[in-house]
Design a protein around this ligand. Structure first.
Ligand SMILES: [Zn+2]
Length: 299
C-alpha cells in the first residue's frame, strides 16, 4: 500500500522538481514559450530580479522598469525625530551646563550650519568622545570602540557614495548570523539599514562612532580603487536609468540583480557567478529637499 501511495505521488514530486529547476516567469504578461516541450527545448537560464525569475531579456526589462519607477517615486524617508535632544541629554548626564547648550544653539542658529554636537566641540564645551557617547545614548546604540574593520568584504558590499552620504562605515560581518555591523558618525538611518538588508540579504546592527574618525576613514577609502563599482548622476530619467541598468545586466551575464533606494540613491547590485558589481544612480533632487531630508534642523 505504501509503495502504491509513493507511486501515485511521483507526478507531484516530478512537478515540484520541475518547478524548482524551471521556474515560471515572474512577468504576468509574459508571452514566452508556453508549451512544455517548447519550454524544454528553448529553456534558457533566465535572470532573477529581486529574487523573482524572468525568462527572457524582454521580461526582465519590463519588470526592471516597473521596479525603478516604483522606487524612484518613493518619497525620501524623513528621518525620525531624535528621542531626546542631544544637548538636554548631555546636561542630564552632567557633561554640559544649560548655559553652554544655549550658547551652542545660538552659534548654530547664527551660522545656520553644522550639527549641535559639532558646536559643542568647536566651542570647547565637550570632547568628540563625549558627543559620540551621547549619540549612542540618544539612538540606543553601542559605541564602536575601534574603526579597524576586521572584514573587508562588507566594506566592498556597500557603494562608497552611499557610505559618504550617510557617513557610515561597515565594521564587521558575522557569517554565521549574516549580520553586518555598521557604524554611523552622525545619526543612525534606520530606513537605509532596512534597504541595505533587503539588497544584501543580511541583518544589520547599528552602532555609533566618532564623526571625525568615520569621515577620515571614508576619506581613506576614497583614495583606494573600488573595482566593479560605478556611479552615475545626478539623474531623473527613469527610462535612462533602466537603459543603463539593462545594458550592464546583459553585458555582464548577470545571474541575480537586486535594487533598492537608499537616501537619494538607487543602488543596483548585480551578481555574476561569485562576483558582484554595484551600480549607483544618484537621483537629482531639489537642493531645498536635500537640505530638509539630510540635514534637518537639529536641537
Ligand atoms: Zn517571461
Amino acid at each position: 500500500m505504501r509503495e502504491l501511495f509513493k507511486t501515485l505521488m511521483w507526478p507531484n514530486l516530478w512537478a515540484k522538481r520541475w518547478e524548482e529547476t524551471h521556474p515560471r516567469c515572474g512577468l504576468m504578461s509574459c508571452s514566452g514559450p508556453r508549451s512544455l516541450w517548447r519550454h524544454i527545448w528553448r529553456y534558457q537560464r533566465g535572470i532573477r530580479l529581486q529574487g523573482v525569475f524572468y525568462c527572457r531579456p524582454q521580461c526582465l526589462e519590463t519588470a526592471l522598469l516597473a521596479q525603478l519607477a516604483r522606487i524612484q517615486a518613493l518619497a525620501p524617508v524623513l528621518l525620525p525625530p531624535n528621542r531626546m535632544p542631544l544637548g538636554l541629554l548631555m546636561v542630564v548626564r552632567g557633561w554640559l551646563t544649560y548655559e553652554q547648550v544655549v550658547a551652542a544653539l545660538a552659534a548654530q542658529q547664527s551660522a545656520r550650519s553644522g550639527r549641535i554636537g559639532d558646536w559643542f566641540e568647536k566651542l570647547g564645551f565637550a570632547t568628540e568622545q563625549q558627543v559620540t557617547s551621547a549619540l549612542g545614548l540618544q539612538w540606543g546604540c553601542p559605541v564602536a570602540s575601534s574603526l579597524d574593520s576586521d572584514a573587508t568584504r562588507p566594506v566592498d558590499r556597500i557603494p562608497l557614495g552611499i557610505l559618504e552620504a550617510l557617513q557610515m562605515l561597515p565594521l564587521h560581518f558575522v557569517p554565521a548570523t549574516k549580520t553586518l555591523y555598521i557604524a554611523f558618525g552622525e545619526r543612525v538611518d534606520y530606513a537605509a539599514l532596512y534597504a541595505i538588508e533587503q539588497i544584501l540579504d543580511c541583518r544589520t546592527q547599528p552602532c555609533v562612532a566618532g564623526r571625525k574618525s568615520v569621515a577620515a576613514e571614508l576619506n581613506r577609502m576614497r583614495q583606494q580603487p573600488r573595482p566593479r563599482e560605478v556611479e552615475f548622476g545626478p539623474m531623473h530619467d527613469c527610462a535612462e536609468i533602466g537603459r543603463i541598468s539593462a545594458s550592464y545586466i546583459f553585458r555582464l551575464g548577470t545571474d541575480d540583480a537586486r535594487l533598492g533606494r537608499v537616501g537619494h540613491f538607487i543602488w543596483l547590485r548585480l551578481r555574476v557567478r561569485a562576483t558582484y558589481t554595484n551600480l549607483l544612480f544618484r537621483l537629482w533632487v531639489e537642493p531645498q529637499s536635500v537640505q530638509n531630508v539630510l540635514s534637518p534642523p537639529l536641537p
